[in-house]
Design a protein around this ligand. Structure first.
Ligand code: ATP
Ligand code: MG
Length: 569
């Protein structure tokens, strides 16, 4: 490809709203342009990268027996009503009406559509398992679209769905898929971790995320370097406390005045207690009303773990306007004693004695509090967020490391959530009717490319991992209007093309400095710089973008060696 023919509108300045490097560099490198909030046009250079990600995905998913389909992006509301997600999915679902006032949505995911196809066509265990996938545009009306195509509203996803006759077969495909994902992200040149994850709005029972390690990531993951346990922090298990040892002195419950002292820090300082002896009571709302969660003052409550402990459909921190309807609740002084709400407590609370807690009266706390003696707990469990250096829940020696990351892929075992709701059934070997067991598996195509930039860039621009690079080689003549240079460039270009290497020739009349800057910005792995002085001694300069090192090589001999050099990158 000739640079002058390619539409690459590079920019010197980053867009003002760009917070992360990949967003800035994708815009500056002329890969993407914003059309509306969270909605982007992908320009030629950007599309070449996305196509490379797609190619790797297709090869790996085909390898495990996936068959590609292409499903409609517009989906009838009835299917979502059947799966009970029409109401549950909330504002992220873009709802549309056609001219006959029929309700539709723009698909944020495709469990309903695929289940509808399979329930109509598959009747017997003999037709199972089936693994179908597509690469297609999704729309989710995200609350905070940002970071360019990393968290867009419209974005490209590879989504795969599998249907099985039994649990064992589902597990088998799930593990094959996890391996395919590992291959995909390795081939994309990413440093990532496979972590235990929450199933979120998709539902289901078992799930892992593939998270690319990057400080700019929105997710936090906790992992143990000794046993390899790794989890999204919103789910990472905490080690249960040592069994309850009743202290020799059990203090009496005592009401104390704590005027204006609301936060753990204020109460701890005022009463001269360590923060771990103060117990926080946090209110949440779910489908059944208000519930209270208790954690130690030096810990943070984890809403995802709390939701899972309760087993409710949804859970949000209680909004101020809801709390206003309960005059008996005093913000900063809420506590479990005589509270008319279900109380859930972190397992650390069970081994705590003589602690401090809100007294449900303004400016008042209780001291000397004991669980069971003073209040009842609905359910005790692991509901706090783990921190770096906490003990690993799975091995004796390890401790947690916490790092930020970008979720690029997510796999789920859905069980029969959709097949039961939508009656996707089959006859088993005994002629008995069963619901199919399902798995679903997503990868964000644009997010993967953006994550690759987060991990591979320098102050000059993008440093593409070789398999994602829009071109492998860029030829940069000092002056393309010089006949001799032009001939050499064209002949190198043609030879590389013959060898099947994607090459860009910068035939523009710009100064060398401009061309070198653009080449660094768009991040092509290998630059061949051709000038009259070097050529006079039969030499060309070859620069590796990753190291920014350049060396002179004998021309034309070196050209035959380019495939090897590329392999080594
Ligand atoms: P997140 O937690 O980041 O919002 P999710 O868990 O809702 O993502 P999934 O439903 O698991 O996302 O979707 C599968 C994959 O699609 C994700 O792993 C991610 O790579 C990609 N993805 C999800 N939302 C977006 C988005 N708004 N923009 C770009 N890619 C996305
Ligand atoms: Mg996810």
């Amino acid at each position: 490809m000739y640079f002058s023919k390619l539409f690459i509108p590079t920019l010197k300045e980053s867009p003002a709203d760009a917070e992360v490097t990949s967003h800035k560099l994708m815009v500056r490198a002329g890969m993407i342009r914003q059309l509306a909030s969270g909605i982007y046009s992908i320009l030629p250079l950007g599309l070449r990268v996305l196509r490379n990600v797609e190619k790797i995905i297709r090869e790996e998913i085909d390898q495990i027996g996936g068959q590609e389909v292409f499903l409609p992006s517009i989906q009838p509301a009835e299917l979502w009503v059947e799966s009970k997600r029409w109401d549950f999915y909330g504002k992220e679902l873009l709802r549309i009406k056609d001219r006959n006032n029929r309700e539709f949505c723009y698909g944020p995911t495709h469990e309903e559509v695929i289940t509808d196809i399979i329930r109509k066509e598959v009747k017997s265990y003999r037709q199972l398992p089936i693994l179908l996938y597509q690469i297609q545009t999704k729309f989710r009306d995200e609350v905070r679209p940002r970071f360019g195509i990393m968290r867009g509203r419209e974005f490209m996803m590879k989504d795969a769905y599998s249907f099985h006759a039994d649990e064992k077969d589902t597990q088998h495909t799930y593990h094959q898929m996890a391996q395919a994902y590992t291959n995909i992200f390795n081939r994309c040149g990413l440093k990532f971790k496979q972590v235990q994850a929450d199933a979120g709005a998709i539902g289901g029972s078992f799930s892992h995320e593939f998270t690319v390690l990057a400080d700019s990531g929105e997710d936090e993951i906790g992992f143990c370097e000794i046993c390899g346990y790794a989890s999204n922090l919103e789910l990472a298990e905490s080690k249960p406390p040592f069994p309850n040892i009743t202290p020799s002195i059990q203090q009496d419950l005592k009401e104390v005045e704590t005027p204006g002292k609301k936060s753990v820090k204020e109460v701890a300082e005022f009463l001269n207690f360590p923060e771990r002896q103060i117990v926080k009571t946090i209110l949440f709302e779910n489908e059944n009303g208000l519930v209270a969660g208790l954690v130690r003052g030096d810990h943070e409550i984890n809403p995802v773990k709390m939701k899972n402990l309760i087993g409710c459909e949804w859970l949000h921190p209680a909004e101020q306007e809801i709390l206003a309807k309960y005059p008996e609740l005093h913000s900063g002084y809420v506590g479990p004693i005589d509270l008319k709400l279900p109380v859930y407590a972190d397992h650390e609370i069970s081994v705590l004695h003589n602690f401090v807690i809100g007294a449900n009266k303004p400016s008042t706390h209780f001291t000397g509090v004991q669980v069971e003696r003073d209040f009842k707990i609905e359910k005790l469990g692991d509901i706090r967020t783990v921190r770096a250096d906490d003990p690993c829940p799975r091995c004796e020696k390890g401790t947690y490391h916490v790092k930020r990351g970008i979720e690029v892929g997510h796999i789920f075992i859905l069980g029969t959530k959709y097949s039961s709701a939508m009656k996707a059934v089959f006859l088993d070997q005994q002629g008995k009717e069963n619901s199919m067991i399902m798995g679903c598996y997503g990868i964000g195509v644009g997010r993967t490319a953006a994550a690759a930039i987060e991990q591979n860039h320098d102050e000059r621009g993008i440093v593409w991992p070789r398999n994602l690079a829009p071109f492998q080689v860029i030829i940069i003549p000092v002056n393309y209007s010089n006949e001799e240079l032009k001939n050499v460039c064209d002949s190198i270009y043609n030879r590389l093309k013959e060898m099947g290497i994607e090459t860009l020739l910068d035939d523009r009349s710009d100064r060398l400095g401009v061309k070198l800057k653009d080449a660094d910005l768009i991040g092509i792995p290998l630059q061949i710089i051709i000038g009259p002085k070097n050529l006079a001694t039969r030499q060309v300069e070859i620069k590796t973008r990753k190291t920014n090192e350049s060396n002179l090589h004998s021309y034309p001999e070196i050209i035959e060696d380019i495939p090897n050099i590329l392999k080594g990158l």
